[in-house]
Design a protein around this ligand. Sequence first.
Ligand code: F6P
Length: 322
Amino acid sequence: MKRIAVLTSGGDAPGMNAAIRAVVRTGLHRGWDVFGVRLGYEGLISGKIVPLGARDVGGIIQRGGTILGSARSQEFKTEEGQIKAIRNLNEAGIDGLVIIGGNGSQTGSYALSKHGFPVVGIASTIDNDLFGSEITIGVDTALNIALEAIDRLKVTASSHQRAFLLEVMGRGCGYLALMSGLAGGAEMAVIPEIPVTPEQIADRLRKSYEKGKAHAIIVVAEGADYNADKLAAYFSEHRERLGFELRTTRLGYVQRGGNPGAFDRILASRLGAAATDALSKGEFGVLKGLVKGEIQSTPLEVVVNTKKQIDPNLFELAEILD
Ligand code: F6P
């Protein structure tokens, strides 16, 4: 291994820069030449491969987003796109690639790996829906942003005796909603994995109102059957059932744009170093993630074919603690 490249793909996540920095600096430390691919798989297809030195990744560990840029590439999903990408890597003399991203990105890593290209993935997505890492880069920071929103909403909700629906990201996964609800002391988390009806949510709000609570917070995952828009539409017709007046806040991309906290910076630094370690040992076609508190490898084939499960005990705990 002499020349490696690194790219970020899919939705950006706080901590991606810390991972890029770790890949670049540990690669240089091994005496390799290190390159960055701009704009994810799109950049791989169009040959946007640039050299990266130690100073190019200076001052980025504390910055959210990704200095390399990211994209969701449709072309890379095709065989033709993948072959173009491999041709560009070969022309640039790259003999190992590190791919930082979530589910879609690691499906791309697996595709390159099946073509025989030496690839190592790094688990990074705010959704925490990627098998092979208990927690992925960006989750902790995104959770803290959601928590801050909950804390602030409670303040204004209490002043007006209101209930709030707070919609958080997560695509088809309820992790961010469940855990921010648990940590924020929300009345309920509505997640795709455990469907509830609007009537059940209304009952919960009504009970909180009858208990004399000054506010109520329902954290809603964007991927739930009843997302915040659908719930708000339903409740505007059944207002009398709630007790509280209801307002809706969608957190949206605010969750993704924060500067990474200590946990994400450290996790990203460790995973970045583990990725170059894997390349140096000829361990290809794997994802580096956190498993039982340790940095471990999971074959990409297993990663892309296994659904990560939410621990139902945490849902129960959130219900009990409410
Ligand atoms: O995967 C991260 C994520 O932020 C999801 O939570 C969200 O559904 C999606 O990306 C939004 O995608 P885009 O940035 O393409 O709009």
